[in-house]
Design a protein around this ligand. Structure first.
Ligand SMILES: C[S@@+](CC[C@H](N)C(=O)[O-])C[C@H]1O[C@@H](n2cnc3c(N)ncnc32)[C@H](O)[C@@H]1O
Length: 217
């Protein structure tokens, strides 16, 4: 997702109480940034943040961090958070950062993160861009450096090629496939507790089956 550059987005992000500035300085201290000490889950490539806002409301016993690399996209999430706050529905267990996920190991300590969500990640279809895919072995190495011992990565997409690539990367990177489906919305067990992302709603309403995998080391 890349929206047209929005003038003032950078300043709005710097001034926002919902955005963690200089996230590298928070390495090892994430728990103290939230009102309650509780497990920390992150979404990498959160887009406009709808999934995490719903998750944070449904699971007040989890702290969430949303990571997005484009100002214009993150700004949309901030505007929605302000709207929720005005309506008295603020989410104290959710913050964001504007960052390229390649820097994750510089921002989180070993075992600081309990779960990583990857939702409808950019497919980067050209073979020479495979390293940029958020489920590539290069990214799995980064997740390995920040996840708790029993932590998992949950990945959803409607892109069959990206999903098949990801299925191949899992064993190559020394990870284990815990569960997977090529049609999440018709899989009763894996659908339990499913929260739809913005892209999931869009693509499933077009009739695209949604693939999901859960992996661990
Ligand atoms: C296709 S959108 C999906 C948005 C949302 N997760 C959903 O399911 O509706 C993917 C998002 O991931 C972000 N993204 C891609 N690569 C990233 C990276 N390396 N670090 C941080 N964000 C990234 C993009 O900017 C984009 O907003």
């Amino acid at each position: 997702m890349r929206l047209r550059n929005i003038p003032g987005a950078k300043d709005a992000i710097i001034d926002s109480p919902y955005v963690i500035q200089e996230p590298e300085s928070k390495k090892g201290c994430w728990a103290s940034l939230f009102p309650k000490r509780q497990p920390l889950h992150i979404e990498v490539g959160m887009g406009k943040g709808r999934f995490l806002m719903d998750m944070a409301r449904i699971h007040p016993d989890i702290n969430y961090v949303g990571i997005e690399m484009y100002d214009s996209v993150l700004l949309r999430a901030l505007q929605k958070m302000e709207e929720l706050e005005r309506e008295g529905q603020g989410l104290p267990n959710l913050v964001f950062m504007r960052m390229d996920a390649r820097l994750l190991p510089e921002v989180f300590e070993q075992e600081e993160v309990g779960k990583i969500y990857l939702n409808f990640s950019d497919p980067w279809p050209k073979a020479r861009h495979a390293k940029r895919r958020l489920t590539s072995r290069e990214f799995l190495v980064r997740y390995d450096k920040i996840l708790e011992k029993n932590g998992v990565v949950e990945f959803k997409t409607d892109n069959r090629d990206l999903f098949e690539f990801s299925l191949e990367e899992v064993p190559e990177a020394g990870w284990t496939l815990v569960a997977h489906t090529f049609d999440l919305h018709n899989n009763e067990e894996m659908m339990q507790g499913n929260v739809m992302t913005e892209y999931e709603e869009k693509f499933s309403s077009m009739g695209n089956p949604i693939c999901k995998m859960v992996i661990r080391r």
